[in-house]
Design a protein around this ligand. Structure first.
Ligand code: NAD
Length: 489
């Protein structure tokens, strides 16, 4: 499919701006391995300019004082952006698919979610006006008080490549709704749709500097943003390793951070399930978007009584998943995002084999695809809890399997992880599902399903999956600071 990649610059203070050092990064189509364009690569000088623009938009621009605008005014812009996303949905979906390898129809659904997220936070921005000056209940008549919720200030938003625009908008929409101004640093592996978001912001007349978008490398653009003294908060989604280094850098300035990090989430399948349905959820939970989902349920715990039948079906159906160019009709799995990610997935599978696990299927290049970063989804059994495949996040299409005999054993295995993002339980016994839900050490639990995600529900993890919550009203609170005003009467 021939798609023209627009040549874009950095978006600073409402203007397209050439990066100070004129550096670029090639954009590679993961389905063909061809270079299809270049994105600008920001460095610390550009970060400086963007921070200046964002601060100006926050406090010093008399005409467009974003932080002091009412929520209703901010909501109008968010709704206008949502409308433009829908208007440009097919163009955006094409760019997303060619940039990160996502099947085209999935990319189009992501654009609906992007627009939905802007709409949702437009509603919350309006609601914020009514919540100002909420009275405090104080124990002495001689005092009265109230609460003000104020934007935190200039926020740095650093995002990954798996849902390039959607992950960015999970941060952009609530931060703007709260009255913050923002600098977005998308992943260098997939930035095209974020640059189109900049174009949309220009089209709807978003005041200059309210949203600035800097493409570039983590070390060259992300790190200076994190350590900048005039960035008031960093909201990050990405790997646990990067999250930890961001936290270290922010700690020096006592800068707040919110971290959505990696996962190795379990799915527990009890022996009372409808096996066909459970197989479908298991496949969806681990292989959707090629397993490149932080919450992918990539550790399967299946009751020993049904394990043989379950695994037979799982392997058979997995082998039938259509893997192809993302633009081909009926594509269910495209390539993984990059050569680095391709090598990483294959290495995980071969390491598992070398450690003594059994690869039931996949973990190799599909025979019919000679080029591109395509990987057959892997199912790996005979896994022990000390193996790398059990302990480490693959962030690719690889499912490891263990069997269990009791509920307690399943819970113990499920919680045997440094991560605590999500967990799924499949059983017809809803009391059991309740018990397991409570026992999961995770921020997100799915009962009789895996991966549904709604704008209204909080998203985030425990343990090394990070802290803070995105989405829902919690997502808005991420960008608000609470002030008490107490008066002597
Ligand atoms: P990554 O950590 O390599 O990169 C994420 C972002 O951080 C990119 O924009 C990158 O340029 C930037 N970055 C890298 N080094 C930096 C530094 N030193 N300072 C500042 N910024 C830096 O992660 P990735 O490979 O893009 O994404 C995959 C990871 O993201 C997986 O671990 C996955 O689980 C996680 N993820 C988590 C969630 C969640 O909601 N918890 C959602 C999606 C992805």
């Amino acid at each position: 499919m021939a798609i023209t990649v627009p040549r874009r610059q950095l978006f600073i203070g409402g203007q397209w701006t050439e990066p100070v050092r004129r550096k670029t990064i090639p954009v590679v189509n993961p389905a063909t391995e061809d270079i299809i364009g270049y994105i600008p690569a920001a460095t610390s000088e550009d970060v400086e300019l963007a921070v200046e623009a964002a601060r100006k938009a926050l406090t010093r621009n008399k005409e467009n004082d974003w932080a002091k605008a009412t929520g209703a005014v901010r909501a109008k812009y968010l709704r206008a952006i949502a409308a433009k996303v829908i208007e440009r949905k097919s163009e955006l979906a094409n760019l997303e698919a060619i940039d990160c390898g996502k099947p085209l129809d999935e990319a189009a659904w992501d654009m609906d979610d992007v627009a939905g997220c802007f709409e949702y936070y437009a509603d919350l921005a309006e609601g914020l006006d009514a919540k100002q000056k909420a009275p405090l209940s104080l124990p002495m008549d001689t005092f009265k008080g109230y609460i003000l919720k104020e934007p935190i200030g200039v926020v740095g938003l650093i995002t990954p490549w798996n849902y390039p625009l959607l992950m960015a908008v999970w941060k952009v929409a609530p931060s703007l709704a709260a009255g913050c101004t923002a600098i977005l640093k998308p992943s260098e592996l997939a930035s095209l749709t974020c640059l189109e978001l900049a174009d949309i912001c220009r089209e709807v007349g978003l005041p200059p500097g309210v949203l600035n978008i800097l493409t570039g490398l983590g070390t060259e653009a992300g790190a200076p943003l994190t350590s900048h003294p005039h960035v008031d908060k960093i909201v990050f989604t990405g790997s646990t390793t990067t999250g930890s280094s961001i936290m270290t850098s922010a700690a020096k300035l006592v800068k707040p951070v919110s971290l959505e990090l990696g996962g190795k989430s379990p799915i527990i399948v009890f022996d009372d399930v409808d096996i066909d349905k459970a197989v479908e959820w298991t496949m969806f939970g681990c292989f959707w978007t090629n397993g490149q989902i932080c919450s992918a349920t990539s550790r399967l715990l299946v009751h020993e009584r049904i394990a043989d039948e379950f695994l037979d079906k799982l392997v058979k159906w997995t082998k039938n998943i259509k893997i192809s160019d993302p633009f081909e009709e009926g594509c269910r799995l495209g390539p993984v995002v990059s050569k680095g990610q391709y090598d990483r997935v294959l290495k995980f599978v071969s390491n598992a084999r070398n450690e003594g696990a059994t690869v039931l299927c996949g973990g190799t290049r599909p025979e019919h695809l000679k080029k591109g970063y395509f990987v057959e989804p892997a199912i790996i059994s005979n896994v022990t809890t000390s193996m790398e495949i059990w302990r480490e996040e693959v962030f690719g299409p690889a499912l490891c399997v263990k069997t269990f005999s009791t509920e307690d054993e399943a819970i113990e295995l499920a919680n045997d992880s440094q991560y605590g993002l999500a967990g799924a339980v499949l059983s017809n016994d809803l009391d059991r599902c309740d018990r397991v839900s409570k026992a999961f050490q995770a921020g997100i639990v799915w009962v009789n399903c895996s991966q549904p995600c709604f704008c209204q529900a909080p998203w985030g993890g425990t343990k090394r999956s990070g802290f803070g919550r995105e989405l829902g009203e919690w997502g808005l609170e991420n960008y608000l600071s609470v002030k008490q005003v107490t008066q002597y009467i």
